[in-house]
Write a protein that binds this ligand. Sequence first.
Ligand SMILES: [Zn+2]
Length: 444
Amino acid sequence: MPETLIRNAQTILTMDDDGRELEGTDILLRDGVIAAIGRGLRTGGEVVEASRCVVTPGLVNTHHHLYQTLTRAVPGGQDALLFGWLKTLYPIWARFGPEEIRISALTGLAELALSGCTLTSDHLYLYPNGARLDDTIDAAQEIGLRFHATRGAMSIGESDGGLPPDSLVEREEAILEDCIRVVDAFHDPREGAMVRIGVAPCSPFSVTRELMRDTALLARDKGVMMHTHLAENDEDIAYSLATFGCRPGQYAEELGWTGPDVWHAHCVKLDGAEIDLFADTRTGVAHCPCSNCRLGSGIAPVRAMVDAGVPVGLGVDGSASNDGSNLVAEARQAMLLQRVTRGADAMSAREALRLATRGGAEVLGRYDCGQVTVGKRADLALWDVSGIDSAGSWDRAALLLAGPQRVRHLFVEGRQVVRDGLLATIDLDATISRQNTLALQLSQ
Ligand SMILES: [Zn+2]
């Protein structure tokens, strides 16, 4: 693979163990990794001038439902609480098929890329009308983002007392079979992997206890990670106490859903004992501040989690509950939300950005990503700080206080995905056009 030299970066926020920030420094990318960092580096390959840019590791999104990009701002769900919101959207999602899943994913991935994201997970838990996890993997490969797809599932439909319509739930044997199929077909455990697979029942209230236990056994047998929604809001806690007779953290622990190979979305309502449990077991959390605000779920105790040693990353969550997929905006929101309850010193711009990069990479088990250091994967976001967003800033590297919301350049595995603010790998206008056509069809 040809080399690329990023020359004379104004500042590099390395996110290394010492939190070093380098001025006027070059970065050489070769064979998908960061080959050298220093001054006066040379190359026979392409040169990207970065004197007006702050360079960060690519941002990492630890929770999304890319398929929801087709149902943003649906009127009946705009102001509903979580369970009511789901009831509004399930019948619409039941009309999706493979193309809706793929185009919706491509749109969400494009928005993520423009906002600095190089690695994203996705949680696809419904497979109507022949849709498959493969449809989202296709989209990720087309755009060139690193992808951690999770094979989600729901098995308790309305007739069994669940929330989703029966047409959106699957038999548990079929779920487990398809988990095995996609892990065998797509999961790459190697360093530098572009695609990994996880298993991910939608939530403890949408599958049985047996499926939670069996997916954990399957994941450990296959060596893949596990993901679900947990402790999202007060209704969620009440449901857990009434149905399982315990809090969500205990339920997770009993069924094997704690450990460094597990990450849970939201965790807004974890109590002190659950935070200690997650810290002791190195169980990860995907913090989704905009979604939590949007659905009125509350403020996750992120400060307490980080201080206790819980691995925390950020997630934009599904585009029907955010409604955007702007990951750098999400990082700013994470910083602001901790300050609402704990004061202006509760989280700095740099710490929130660290959660959005290295924090997320570690939650996803990607120790090969998330830092600008030699030997790590060449996943970089270049932020042009010469524009209006940064004008007058005394600290250009404090990106989340005053900085651009879109990248100038984005590299994944050394390949340029965003060039001069535009997607280099897909026809974005054609994607938006197709997306709007599908959304219009679904609205009728
Ligand atoms: Zn979610």
